[in-house]
Design a protein around this ligand. Structure first.
Ligand code: NAD
Length: 483
């Protein structure tokens, strides 16, 4: 199917058939709001239930399929994503608003994730143990969990579904996937590729629609054995309560308020690039974005001055324009929220360094300039996740003060440090209360073959990605045998 067909009413995939839903939704281009990207069919509660039943019916057969068969399916999906990365990247840039290079790289990453889990399907391991009893043999084997409900956010519409769907299928589970409402065309394009790679009907299902109806149905359905969710803390909390109340397995990846410490001994240019990349690329719409820049007094003014110079030059514009460095905000609601935080920052007495204004471009879109403030640690812009191109600088007296500020947050996803001191870097890696640390690198930007996730309010349950994905997508069985 050609991408042009995406505008022609993308439908839901239920039990191997493309099904029209009772209502239609629309996604628009945040770089040019006159452009409709997709008019898509929204599934309702009853279609979601049909998808869950189809996945449950398909499970016994698929869970017994050979690793080679599963590897072949995932390899096929990965190959097509890689071959079509430019075309699908353009779709992603149009629907979500990240720049074309960022979008193409995300599609390529998604292809690599499917390829990685194609290999993992062939490497499922168990353990053979000596028993404490004479003549008894013990083994520990991994088995799939069952039907997995996958609920995704809008900010990485290919990569996040990829790092959930690929391991789910690799380990023999069946899937019902719900993309975010702002990015149905991306979710559909991924599903359409998966649908042509040799899966039996019902193994993989797509249901597009609202969180309250489609998402909640997945969370509450007794035949859904595991729920993997990425999104906001408030939605995650609701899913956790409902899912665990009926003893489903739940995995949550949620927000962040990630610190980047800049010590006086840092390479200034490198630190400024880390801050610029981590705070503002992808329009700051990354859970790993560096939204708190904690800067030691000795380098504070030079760092702020240089970052301001870079922000003044940063080209904000249409996501498909090759000269654009920062695309638009995803939608009007998010833009309003970002601008609201700019007002809150001013109201709290934060010192304005640069930006935070709505911008006009040649096409009508949700554009704003990247915002930088000098703040105090108790200001709301220093404590709450904004999920936009709004960062603040906190002044630290020394390294110990900077580390205390970095850990003084309810979140715990990622933390970075820019320093030339190996001693400080090692201490920081050990004492940052997060799931991921970065030294002389932006807080955003991770590998796909190692665990991803955080602590405190940022995450719940087993880590995602890499070999560690098996912790969530499999359950272990212990076998005893008299030898
Ligand atoms: P969101 O929580 O509003 O929505 C996420 C998904 O949950 C969507 O598909 C939505 O339709 C669905 N949903 C909403 N209500 C539901 C309900 N009651 N039951 C079941 N599903 C429901 O988040 P968003 O606005 O799409 O994404 C932005 C948020 O995601 C930010 O807070 C960001 O930090 C977070 N995020 C976290 C990570 C991470 O890995 N930690 C990655 C990306 C985004």
């Amino acid at each position: 199917m050609k991408l042009g067909d995406i505008q022609q009413n993308p439908r839901n995939l239920i039990n191997g058939r493309w099904e029209t839903g009772p209502t239609t939704g629309v996604s628009t281009n945040p770089s040019d709001t006159r452009e409709v990207v997709a008019e898509y069919s929204r599934a309702d509660r009853s279609q979601t239930e049909q998808a869950v039943r189809a996945a449950a019916d398909a499970f016994p057969h698929w869970s017994q399929s050979t690793p080679q068969r599963r590897a072949d399916v995932l390899d096929c999906v990965g190959s097509e994503l890689l071959a079509r990365k430019d075309e699908l990247g353009a779709l992603l840039a149009r629907e979500e608003g990240k720049t074309l290079p960022e979008a193409v790289a995300e599609v390529a990453r998604s292809g690599q994730i499917f390829k990685f889990f194609a290999g993992e399907a062939l490497r499922i391991q168990g353990e053979l143990m000596a028993s404490v009893r004479q003549g008894v043999q013990v083994d520990v084997t991994r088995e799939p969990v069952g039907v997995v409900g996958i609920i995704a956010p809008w900010n990485f519409p290919f990569a996040i579904p990829a790092w959930k769907i690929a391991p789910a299928l690799a380990y023999g589970n069946t899937v019902v996937f719900k993309p975010a409402e702002l990015v149905p065309a991306c979710g559909w394009a991924l599903a359409e590729i998966i649908s042509r790679c040799g899966l039996p009907a019902g193994v993989f299902n797509l249901v597009m629609g609202s969180g309250r109806e489609v998402g909640q149905t997945l969370v509450d359905h007794p035949l859904v054995h595991a729920i993997s969710f990425t999104g906001s803390v408030s939605t995650g909390d609701r899913i956790l309560r409902a899912g665990t109340a009926r003893r489903a397995k739940v995995q949550l990846e949620m927000g962040g308020k990630n610190p980047l410490i800049v010590l006086a001994d840092a390479d200034l240019d490198q630190a400024v690039e880390c801050a610029l990349q981590g705070s503002y690329f992808s329009t700051g719409q990354r859970c790993t974005a560096s939204s708190r820049l904690i800067v030691e007094s000795g380098i504070h003014d030079a760092f702020v001055g240089k970052l301001r110079d870079r922000l003044i030059q940063l080209r904000v514009g249409h996501a498909l324009d090759r000269t654009t460095e920062m695309g638009p905000v995803v939608d009007g609601h998010q833009l309003e929220q970002n601008l609201g935080y700019v007002e809150i920052a001013r109201g709290e007495g934060a010192e304005h360094v640069w930006g935070g204004e709505q911008l006009e471009r040649s096409t009508p879109g949700h554009y704003m300039s990247p915002a930088l403030f000098l703040a105090q640690p108790d200001y709301r812009i220093a404590r709450e996740e904004i999920f936009g191109p709004v960062a603040c600088v906190l002044r630290a007296a020394d390294y110990e003060h900077a580390l205390a500020l970095a850990n003084d947050t309810p979140f715990g996803l990622c933390a970075g440090i820019c320093t030339t001191s190996l001693k400080r870097a090692m201490h920081f890696k050990r004492h940052a209360a997060v799931g991921m640390t970065m030294v002389n690198l932006p807080t955003a930007g991770v590998d796909f073959h190692v665990p991803f996730g955080g602590r405190k309010e940022s995450s719940y349950g087993a880590r995602e990605q890499g070999r560690y994905a098996a912790e969530f997508y499999t359950t272990v069985k212990t076998g005893y045998m008299l030898a």
